[in-house]
Design a protein around this ligand. Structure first.
Ligand code: AMP
Ligand code: MG
Length: 486
């Protein structure tokens, strides 16, 4: 059997989902198979790349043991409540237990209409599938918890947006697809049993240690708060802008999901927004921590019936947990930033040192990724720093401070440099490269896509020939806006 399914979500009562199969497509064609991920999941990569595997990813054939479902959820989209969303263009085939002992969902995205499609066609154009593949895998290579991309196929059909576009399907893998919005759905319909069943499921699956706590529901909530603080700190540390941090796009597992209009910053601009639909800048780079906090408040609201029978007491319990978020984020963020500056110990004044560095980058319009990378090259190479940065006068003062701070720690320059190079990536999925790969893909040429995906698997290495992957966009290449393209 090519896939060893062990499905748990499909054992929950049927009000959690609708059982249905993917809608077959006319002419499935392979794009890419993630061999390393297939191996982790115990899936034969050759089978996955075969005509049969391609048909399975396309939804034309169901593998044995699959129990296909579309799950129901709700959510706040750009702050507005939507009482019923659900998998409108995705089908969960089932779960497998991987070589690392973890349980993973295997989901098809773009697999046709479901009862939750509303006015949508249930399909995905090729461009967003390629973007999600590239960016999610780049995030994984950067060490960031994320959904993964197992395979992508073309459908041979057209998808109609502003214009007809080639259709594609992505096989997505995640530790689960349970969202803040999933709990919100059951809370909003007053289904306390449903909340309880889902919470038990989440604890067993993602936070088993919470089961032993005095108050498991609260312990789970605190764990989710902590994992989101870590996740957003990680995003901020590499300049990742999610773009649609709706509550239905936040997973309880703490993994990044929904690579719609996401983008990495080139030039450091803390107010940066890429998404064409984010008119108010709600999901700007610098707002991401506050939005996560907001989403976690919505989660807390959904948990109230389980936290205490007394509504007021329940609210107080949730509020106390939620109030920890700013400090947890602050701690997680500065821990990452310290490491990026090559520091191992913590001093109180480090936050100032970090902030001054970021201000320097912002004032001088520096490329976020390369500025850190070049700083990482300083300790070992002892290059003439004036050559490395074309910054204002504040730079030499800052550098003196940084060097003095480094001197208060024991590691040698060489050691510090090596550590910084392993912490500050040389390569990120640059928007102009992603766009070029997508454009070529639409023209039937997947080589730029493969090259980019291959190269981004090793973001901390920089060798001869990598300059075009690493360099910032030229003025005419800069991508100003990204589109959901759903
Ligand atoms: P997203 O913006 O990708 O988070 O999607 C928000 C909601 O719209 C989810 O319930 C999706 O399943 C649904 N949706 C997005 N695109 C489509 C589509 N093309 N067809 C049907 N449903 C969709
Ligand atoms: Mg979504």
């Amino acid at each position: 059997m090519p896939l060893q399914f062990d499905n748990s979500y499909a054992q929950l009562p049927d009000r959690f989902y609708t059982r249905l199969s993917p809608v077959p497509v006319s002419s499935p064609g392979p794009i890419r198979v993630n061999r390393e991920l297939a191996q982790l999941l115990g899936i034969d990569a050759d089978w996955l790349a075969s005509a049969t595997g391609t048909r399975v990813v396309a939804g034309n054939e169901l593998p044995e043991g699959a129990e296909p479902i579309a799950t129901v959820y709700a959510g706040h989209q750009f702050g507005s409540w939507n009482p019923r969303l659900g998998d409108g263009r995705a089908i969960l085939l089932g779960e497998v237990i991987a070589g690392d002992g973890e349980r993973y969902d295997i989901q098809l995205k773009g697999s046709g209409i479901t009862p939750y499609s509303r006015n949508g066609d249930g399909r995905a154009p090729l461009g967003p599938v390629l973007r999600e593949y590239i960016v999610s895998e780049a995030m994984a290579a950067l060490g960031i918890p994320t959904s993964r991309s197992l395979a992508a196929v073309t459908t041979g059909e057209q998808v109609y947006r502003e214009q007809p576009l080639a259709g594609a399907i992505l096989a997505r893998v995640a530790k689960s697809h349970i969202r803040v919005g999933t709990l919100q759905y059951f809370a909003s319909v007053g289904d306390v049993d449903g909340i309880r069943l889902l919470v038990d499921h989440v604890i067993e699956r993602h936070y088993p240690e919470a089961a032993d706590a005095d108050t498991p529901v609260l312990a789970m909530y605190e764990n989710i708060i902590r994992s989101q603080a870590e996740l957003i700190a990680h995003w901020q540390s590499i300049g990742f802008i999610h773009g649609v941090m709706n509550t239905d796009n936040m997973l309880l597992s703490g993994e990044t999901i929904d690579y719609g209009p996401c983008a990495f910053m080139d030039r450091y601009d803390s107010a940066m927004v890429f998404s064409s639909i984010d008119h108010g800048g709600r999901y700007a780079y610098r707002n991401q921590p506050a939005i996560a906090h907001w989403n976690l408040a919505a989660l807390g609201n959904s948990l109230l019936p389980l936290l205490d029978p007394d509504q007021e007491k329940a609210t107080e319990i949730a509020q106390n947990a939620l109030n920890q978020f700013p400090d947890l984020f602050f701690e997680a963020f500065f821990t990452r930033m310290r490491a990026k500056l090559g520091l191992i110990t913590a001093e109180e004044s480090d936050t100032e040192l970090v902030q001054e560095w970021l201000d320097l980058l912002e004032r001088n319009g520096a490329d976020f990724t390369l500025a850190f990378r070049r700083l990482a090259e300083l300790p070992a190479a002892r290059k003439d720093i004036a050559v490395l940065f074309d910054f204002d006068d504040g730079y030499t003062d800052w550098l003196d401070k940084w060097r003095a701070r480094c001197a208060r720690e024991s590691p040698s320059d060489a050691e510090r440099g090596a550590r910084m190079l392993a912490t500050n990536p040389a390569l990120i999925p640059r928007n102009h490269l992603v766009e070029a790969a997508i454009e070529a893909g639409y023209a039937g040429d997947f080589e730029p896509f493969h090259r980019l995906a291959d190269r981004l698997a090793h973001p901390f290495d920089f060798g001869a020939g990598d300059i075009d992957f690493a360099r910032p966009p030229r003025a005419e290449e800069v991508v100003q806006q990204t589109f959901c393209g759903t």
